[in-house]
Design a protein around this ligand. Sequence first.
Ligand code: NAD
Length: 491
Amino acid sequence: MNPESFSLTNSVPTYRLYIDGAWVHGTGQPLADDFNPADRSLFARVEQAGPAEVERALDAAARAARTWGATLAGARECLLLRVRDVIHRRRDEIRDALIAECGSVFSKALWEIDYVIDLLQSAVGDVRHAFGETMPMTQAGQVSMSVRRPLGVIVGIAPFNSPFLLSMKKVVMALAAGNTFILKPSEETPVSGLLIADIFAEAGLPPGVLNVVVGDRVAVGEALVRDPRVRKITFTGSTCTGKHLAMEAARNLKRFTLEMGGKSPLIVLKDADPDYAVDAAAFGIFLHQGQVCMASSRVIVEAPLYDAFCEKFVAKARTIRTGDPRDPATVIGPLIRPAQCDFIDGHIVDARAHGATVMLGGTHDGPYYAPTILTGVTPAMRIYHEESFGPIVSIFRAQDAEDALRLANDTSYGLSAAVITNDLQKAFDLSLRLESGMVHVNDCTISDEPHVPFGGVKNSGFGREGGRYSMEEMTEVKWITIQLGKNSFPF
Ligand code: NAD
């Protein structure tokens, strides 16, 4: 990081905020401690924004919007490519920050970085595709057209679980579309957000175009959401927070995009290869210790395959390596905070009390939650309905494909779903009827690419992120007419 971004106290960095192209002190109190989830050691301290820094960021973003919105496409493309090159150069530093601050295991941290590199390349292609239209002429001599214009200032609020990737999805597309941006990272992963500012600064981004403000989630977050200079809120996080922010945004007549929680079903039909299905289900629930919005937290297996699937899945889960996230062989690293272990414990206690069977796991060693498999889960249990956000999966027995569909749709969420079968006709029929923003056939529920319409239905999302879908949501259509010659007015 730029030496101006922090000071050292007993070898622990204290970071500043990035506003209007400078590293500035935060006047919010007190300093926030940022812990390494693996051992609760102090990873960093971070200064907190007070009202003065919030105002400074809003003012800078609003001023910069006038010039950034008018930059030529080529200049924005060059910036994105320079950012990509900086990320290539700083790959190890970003990886280490994701491991130490977020508890990412080695491979997941690298996946985040590779995704962002791909995102930047893909966004370069989107810059010149913010197309308008010409309209049919209905008045003599009139040329009628629509043009896409940047919105102005966009505020992004990001979660802790993939802090680099999920923040970058918002920042990159907003800037590509000609907007300026204020990022409020999660209080669990503020340094990953500040790192983004440092990367853009190194790539030569003009002052004010990107500002990163860390601070109290309510005081800072809601002040940003309510301010009239902000034209759009792009949020990724829990459904509860998203609904609250949507109401704030609506009250202030702002656009919003919400990417929220999930309870994603993976359906295994009776003709599936059980070994392949087990591999897909294991990746789907154990990646990043289950702290993934698209995690396959419900596996629904057609009856004839159920017993064989359960036996093989438990055997596979026993082999999953849990421990130090720095070790490239580790699959399950630490959960983000101790309270998250308590929350999952609560799901297990409740499920047991209502008759569920814990086939594997159900315990944790400090922050390391064991791979956990439940059967006999019913609607009477909290885990049937609530997102656990941990390495814990419920396996359901379905009588047939229709019953699997009924179970899959029996949730308030609708982010991602998967169907494993060789019967593509049945798979396509289910894909159309699954109440889910995304469906993957013969794959697991975890999938994301920069150019696809990523997002959920029901309590999982509102709007889409990715490629041209982001460009549409981050620009507005303006109707312009030009009268060639004179119009004839009736009076
Ligand atoms: P969270 O809702 O607790 O926090 C998300 C962000 O919202 C944080 O930056 C937080 O500081 C901020 N926030 C909270 N209250 C606020 C308020 N009143 N005003 C303004 N900002 C506020 O979520 P989390 O625990 O960080 O992330 C986990 C959740 O995110 C899970 O539910 C997961 O499914 C979801 N998620 C969804 C996606 C997706 O793409 N659909 C991706 C990743 C995570």
